[in-house]
Design a protein around this ligand. Structure first.
Ligand SMILES: Nc1ncnc2c1ncn2[C@@H]1O[C@H](COP(=O)(O)OP(=O)(O)O)[C@@H](O)[C@H]1O
Ligand SMILES: [Mg+2]
Length: 242
């Protein structure tokens, strides 16, 4: 049996006296594609930051590919993240002074591997599948929002991580670009080994994933198969939060 991509066990985290996560547990199997929903302020980004090793948990643990990221020092977490976790943000977070190719290769460049033949081959393969070939020498500011997010997704996948964590990846995009990002995530989930956890407000985005989890009162209150049906996801959402 292969190792789960991500396991959260009883994660608690607050800010000052405010409790945000309170016994948050979640399990993502290898190569799974699941969605996390919850109202604004419910702690979705807090969880993704903890899982990426960018924020400390108060208690509890998160394992990525069997490794306990919550027990790592900041520098160990940064190193671990480059190989094992891909992160996609709503605001793309590309480096403006770098080309598209350099942005995609960044996790490998930080390990001195950007120039290796297998890294160049990986870049070529991702660029072709994400429709980025004509854009490789451009700068992020020359790209549309949808194109920038495709670059961020390629960067998240380049090191073949255990899991890609996407925080409202379509939140800054028009409906058409959002739709194409969803189709792309689904396609990449089928062809890549990485599991994907997407945080979203949008039932259409959540329905692209196979399961959806609802975050309420600091923990997962309900989990369901999406059946690819946005209307089902909307109904389940209303049931959970009414
Ligand atoms: N750095 C921070 N300092 C203080 N409070 C924070 C910080 N980050 C988030 N919060 C608070 O924690 C709660 C959860 O935030 P967040 O995880 O961003 O929620 P979501 O992503 O679901 O909208 C909110 O009430 C937010 O104001
Ligand atoms: Mg958020």
């Amino acid at each position: 049996m292969s190792t789960d991509a991500l396991v959260a066990n009883g994660v608690c985290r607050g800010y000052g006296r405010q409790s945000v996560l309170d016994g948050f547990s979640l399990r993502l199997g290898p190569s799974s594609f699941e969605a996390l929903m919850g109202p604004s302020g419910s702690g979705k980004s807090t969880f993704l930051h903890i899982a990426a090793g960018l924020l400390a948990a108060g208690s509890g643990e998160v394992l990525v590919g069997g490794e306990n990221v919550t027990a790592m020092s900041d520098s160990a977490a940064a190193k671990f993240r480059r190989r094992h976790v891909g992160v996609v943000f709503q605001a793309f977070n590309l480096l403006s002074e770098k080309t598209v190719a350099e942005n995609i290769l960044m996790p490998l460049a930080l390990e001195g591997r950007a120039g290796a033949p297998e890294s160049r081959a990986r870049l070529a393969s991702l660029a072709s599948r994400l429709g980025l070939e004509p854009l490789l020498s451009k700068r992020p500011e020359q790209l549309s929002g949808g194109e920038q997010q495709r670059v961020a997704i390629a960067r998240a996948l380049v090191a073949e991580p255990d899991v890609v964590l996407a925080d409202e990846p379509t939140g800054n995009l028009d409906a058409q670009s959002a739709k194409s990002i969803c189709a792309l995530l689904k396609e990449l989930n089928a062809s890549e080994k990485s599991a994907i956890l997407v945080v979203t407000h949008d039932p259409v985005v959540a329905a692209t994933a196979s399961r959806v989890h609802f975050l309420k009162d600091g923990r997962i209150a309900a989990s369901h198969a999406t059946e690819g049906d946005p209307e089902l996801v909307s109904r389940l959402y209303l049931e959970c939060y009414r």
